[in-house]
Design a protein around this ligand. Structure first.
Ligand code: 6PG
Length: 257
C-alpha cells in the first residue's frame, strides 16, 4: 500500500508492544481486515497447508463477516473456523455467536462442514460444553492435554468493562492457566452462562486482532493500549510470540495520543 493510500485509510499509532491502526470508519476497518485475512491465509496455507481462525461474536465484526462472505475465491476449503466464546443458549437464539457467524459468513461460502468447530450448547452444563470444546481443539491440532495450539488469527472484541472473549473482570476464568477453555456464570444473569477460550490460547495466537468501534469504547481502549489498567481482562492479552493488533474506528481511538 502506498503512503498516500495508507494515510487515506488509517493512521498508525506507534507502540513497541502492539500495532494500533485507527480507521475513518468501520467499513474501511473491515476492508483492511479482509485484506489481512487473505494475506495471513495465503501465508499459513503455504507454510502449513491450513489456516486456523478463532472468531468472536458481538456486533463489531458483523460487517467484516459480511464482507468476507463475498470473497468466494478465498481458500475456504483450507480454512478452519473455531469460536472464541459462546453463550450457553440454543443455536436458534439470537445471542448464539455461532448462529450469528453462520448467518453472516459461513452460510455464504463454500466451507466444508468438517472445517467448522462450533461450541456445542447441547451439553447438560456449560462446564461439560467447555470440556468437550477443549477436547475438540486438542484433537484437531493433534495436541495432548496440557499443550496449547497456536491459531493463525484470533479475532477479539472489547466490552466497555474491558472484557474480551468471555473473560470478564474478576471472573475465575481469568486465572485459568492450563485449560484451553473455561465455563463461567457471570453474576449479572443477563450476560448468560458462557464458555470461553482462555488466556493460554489467546496468548499463544500467531495474530491476535482486536476489533473495536464506538465512542463508548474509547476510555477502555486507551487504558488497554496504554497498559494503564491491568484489571481489564483485555489488557492481559499479550501473545508470547505472535502479533498483537488493534483495529479501531475514529471513535474508539479518539482518546489515544
Ligand atoms: C461476545 C463476545 C464479546 C464481544 C465484546 C464486544 O459478545 O460474543 O463475548 O467479547 O466481543 O463484548 O462486543 P461488541 O462488538 O458488540 O462491542
Amino acid at each position: 500500500m502506498s503512503t498516500t493510500d495508507k494515510q487515506d485509510t488509517y493512521r498508525s499509532i506507534q507502540r513497541s508492544d502492539k500495532e494500533v491502526l485507527v480507521f475513518k470508519d468501520t467499513g474501511k476497518m473491515a476492508d483492511f481486515a479482509v485484506k489481512q485475512w487473505k494475506k495471513l491465509a495465503d501465508e499459513a496455507i503455504k507454510d502449513r497447508g491450513r489456516f486456523t481462525v478463532a472468531l468472536s461474536g458481538g456486533t463489531t465484526p458483523v460487517l467484516l463477516y459480511q464482507k468476507l462472505a463475498r470473497r468466494k475465491s478465498f481458500p475456504w476449503d483450507k480454512t478452519f473456523i473455531f469460536i472464541v466464546d459462546e453463550r450457553f443458549v440454543p443455536y436458534e437464539s439470537d445471542e448464539n455467536n455461532y448462529h450469528m457467524i453462520s448467518r453472516t459468513l459461513l452460510c455464504h461460502v463454500q466451507i466444508p462442514a468438517k472445517n467448522i468447530f462450533p461450541i456445542s450448547t447441547l451439553e447438560d452444563t456449560p462446564q461439560a460444553a467447555a470440556i468437550m470444546y477443549e477436547k475438540k481443539i486438542l484433537s484437531y491440532f493433534r495436541k495432548t492435554d496440557g499443550e496449547t495450539p497456536a491459531f493463525d488469527i484470533i479475532l477479539l472484541g472489547i466490552g466497555d468493562d474491558g472484557h474480551t472473549a468471555s473473560l470478564f473482570p474478576e471472573s475465575d476464568a481469568l486465572n485459568e492457566s492450563r485449560h484451553l477453555t473455561a465455563a463461567l456464570s457471570p453474576s449479572d444473569r443477563s450476560k448468560k452462562e458462557r464458555i470461553t477460550l482462555t488466556y493460554p490460547v489467546l496468548n499463544n495466537g500467531k495474530n491476535v486482532i482486536f476489533f473495536a468501534a464506538g465512542k463508548n469504547k474509547s476510555t477502555t481502549v486507551k487504558q488497554v493500549i496504554e497498559n494503564t489498567n491491568s484489571c481489564l481482562p483485555a489488557a492481559n492479552v499479550m501473545p508470547h510470540n505472535g502479533r498483537l493488533v488493534f483495529l479501531l474506528d475514529e471513535d474508539a481511538g479518539s482518546q489515544l495520543s
